[in-house]
Design a protein around this ligand. Structure first.
Ligand SMILES: NC(=O)c1ccc[n+]([C@@H]2O[C@H](COP(=O)([O-])OP(=O)(O)OC[C@H]3O[C@@H](n4cnc5c(N)ncnc54)[C@H](O)[C@@H]3O)[C@@H](O)[C@H]2O)c1
Length: 253
């Protein structure tokens, strides 16, 4: 993609999975890529592989270092790092706090650090790896579902607030993607996500198509659009159907 030639791109949570696939794809498109993750060894491995720049650390606090590493400008920021916090209303407060911090507040903090420069230059691109759970829900995972709704809400707010000032926002909302995170979702993931799971590279393909078509909502699983419509059209019917899935899961586990 011509627009990515020489662009300065940051991908958080890029030590593996979807983030590594995004980093590889941006590098293949000619971008200069900062690879970030908490796991320094994985960061180095991916950065070495793609000729990128390794910046290990918490995604919440790396914008300044990444911007310096890119020579002063971040063109594309992918808020991809995430935690798959499972559990119910009874999940520990620390589980809820981590989910808020990584799945939502890291996006807010990055946007806060990026926006002044983007508004001054009149362009910038913010990519949020949300989840279909941010549009719908994920059985067995209240902290994940709630915080992914928060990530989607923030991306939506960012897009409508700054689109006339040159800021592009994309919200990627996949269902199952074959990564370590999917493996960790256990029996709920086996029931809901595994049957239609796709490879991380397919998520990168969907994002590139979304960028080319200038679309906010990026759906690597196109069927999610119909689920989202069904949920909005008849919430009670949708929740009854989801409850059937919940009961199926309770019987299976
Ligand atoms: N795998 C799926 O089925 C699926 C579906 C929808 C959405 N997602 C989302 O995709 C994103 C990437 O997940 P993945 O599936 O590639 O999982 P993954 O576990 O392979 O990758 C997530 C990466 O984020 C890193 N990370 C966690 N907290 C961090 C932090 N504070 N700072 C920097 N890095 C941090 C982890 O070390 C890990 O390498 C997540 O936001 C996830 O919620 C995944």
């Amino acid at each position: 993609m011509e627009a990515m030639q020489g662009a300065g791109v940051v991908v958080t949570g890029a030590g593996g999975g979807i983030g590594a696939a995004l980093a590889r794809r941006f590098a293949a498109e000619g971008a200069r890529v900062v690879v970030n993750d908490l796991d320094a060894d994985k960061v180095k491995a991916v950065a070495d592989e793609i000729g990128g720049i390794a910046v290990a650390g918490d995604a919440s606090a790396i914008v300044a270092e990444a911007r310096d590493a890119l020579g002063g400008t971040v063109d594309v920021y992918c808020a991809n790092a995430g935690v798959a916090s499972g559990g119910s209303e009874a999940a520990d407060e620390s589980v809820w706090a981590l989910a808020w911090d990584v799945n939502v507040m890291a996006h807010v903090r990055a946007a806060h650090a990026l926006l002044p420069d983007w508004l001054e230059r009149g362009h910038g691109r913010f990519v949020s790896t949300v989840s279909a759970a941010g549009l719908l829900t994920m059985i067995g995972a209240a902290p994940y579902s709630v915080t992914k709704h928060g990530a989607y809400a923030f991306a939506e707010w960012l897009s409508l607030t700054y689109r006339h000032r040159g800021v592009k926002v994309h919200a990627i909302c996949p269902q199952g993607v074959r990564t370590d995170m999917l493996e960790a979702t256990g029996s709920a993931g086996d029931l809901v996500l595994q049957p239609t799971a796709i490879e991380p590279e397919a998520v990168a393909d969907a994002l590139m198509k979304g960028i080319e078509e200038d679309r906010f909502l990026v759906l690597p699983h196109p069927e999610v659009a119909a689920y989202y419509q069904a949920r909005a059209a008849d919430p009670d019917r949708w929740m009854t159907n989801m409850n059937h899935l919940q009961q199926k899961w309770e019987t299976a586990k």
